[in-house]
Design a protein around this ligand. Structure first.
Ligand SMILES: [Zn+2]
Ligand SMILES: [Zn+2]
Length: 336
């Protein structure tokens, strides 16, 4: 079967032929990959910018955002059958399982020994067929298939928003989202659905199609973010910007960072203290966050979701992984 393989030693990405995976345990499911999404993590991976771990395997099938259709189920699988649509969760527990992994919260792994399909230690889904234990597969109703490739990035947003709401100490509801990528757009839409007045700030001009799309759905768009906000979600990938945005927190505000890397800057602990501020980092998603993504996918505006996806053929990966992403649609998806 066709597979997109990253040779980590040669730093080369190439299409290779790989043997098809087979069921090896009664709790496993074999499925055909229908779509695979590409994100910043994939681009960092193929360009060698992603922080690797010692002992990572020398070559890896990339791709972690996937939508598939079940072909075959093991004897012990309940609740999934041939023809069902599924979205796989990415992270697999460390072994022996730490207390978080043992209770199914691989996203909170305590040892760092977890694996992630298509990222760390395990082949991903930029290929034709895959096998996973049923517990890692989320069943997607047929009516949600068109946008189901957004479930994984949406699950990351769901976990982050749930964390922010859990530590929030007031009912104030102004929100700022930084970044016009898929995570930023999904965060803006989810916060709006939770009753927030949302402004999204990013570098793109206001007449950018994605900005216009957001404004059509009631999210304010701007290239600046003066004012104070009760909840800020950073999804722009800029630590310099994150330093600035922390200063825009209102009283008892919550700041969630999803994309910022490292930067040297100033941070005021005294503002944090007297402002009752909370700063949260979040990565990956729990099974519950995947369920919330499924629920929200049904209620978010379909026109906005549709405008977020641009589809490519399997072999067109140079355009989505290396070239500067063209067009207005932020989520690149390969149809396998
Ligand atoms: Zn991703
Ligand atoms: Zn663990």
């Amino acid at each position: 079967m066709r597979s997109l393989v990253l040779d980590l030693e040669q730093r080369r990405l190439e299409q290779r032929d790989a043997p098809e995976p087979e069921l090896k345990a009664a709790d496993e499911v074999r499925f055909r990959i229908q779509e695979v999404g590409v994100c910043g993590t994939d681009r960092e991976l193929v360009s060698g910018r992603l922080r690797r771990r010692p002992g990572d395997r020398p070559a890896l099938v990339i791709g972690h955002e996937a939508l598939g259709q079940v072909l075959e189920t093991g004897a012990a699988v309940n609740g999934l059958e041939r023809g069902d649509w599924v979205v796989p969760m990415i992270r697999r527990p460390c072994a022996p399982a730490c207390r978080s992994c043992a209770r199914g919260r691989n996203d909170l792994c305590l040892t760092g020994g977890f694996n992630e399909r298509g990222i760390f230690g395990l082949d991903g889904y930029f290929t034709e067929f895959a096998v996973d234990a049923a517990r890692y597969l989320l069943r997607v109703p047929e009516r949600l298939v068109e946008h189901a490739i957004l479930i994984e990035p949406l699950s990351v947003v769901e976990k982050a928003v749930a964390r922010a709401l859990a530590v929030r100490q007031t009912e104030e509801n102004s929100a700022l989202v930084l970044g016009l990528g898929p995570i930023g757009i999904l965060a803006a839409l989810v916060l709006q659905s939770r009753g927030f007045r949302v402004r999204l700030a990013s570098l793109e001009p206001r007449d950018h199609p994605r900005a216009a799309m957001l404004e059509a759905h009631g999210v304010e768009y701007s290239t600046t973010f003066e004012g104070r906000y009760d909840l800020i979600v950073e999804a722009a990938g800029s630590a310099e910007l994150a330093f600035q945005a922390v200063r825009a927190l209102g009283p008892a505000g919550v700041f969630v960072t999803l994309g910022a890397g490292q930067a040297v800057g100033e941070f005021s602990f005294i503002d944090l203290i007297v402002g009752n501020h909370t700063i949260v980092g979040s990565v990956n998603a729990s099974p519950q966050a995947f369920q919330m993504a499924l629920t929200d996918l049904e209620t978010l505006p379909p026109t906005a979701l549709r405008a977020m996806i641009r589809r490519f053929e399997f072999g067109d990966y140079r355009r989505t992984l290396f070239d500067r992403p063209p067009g207005a649609e932020p989520k690149f998806v390969h149809v396998v």
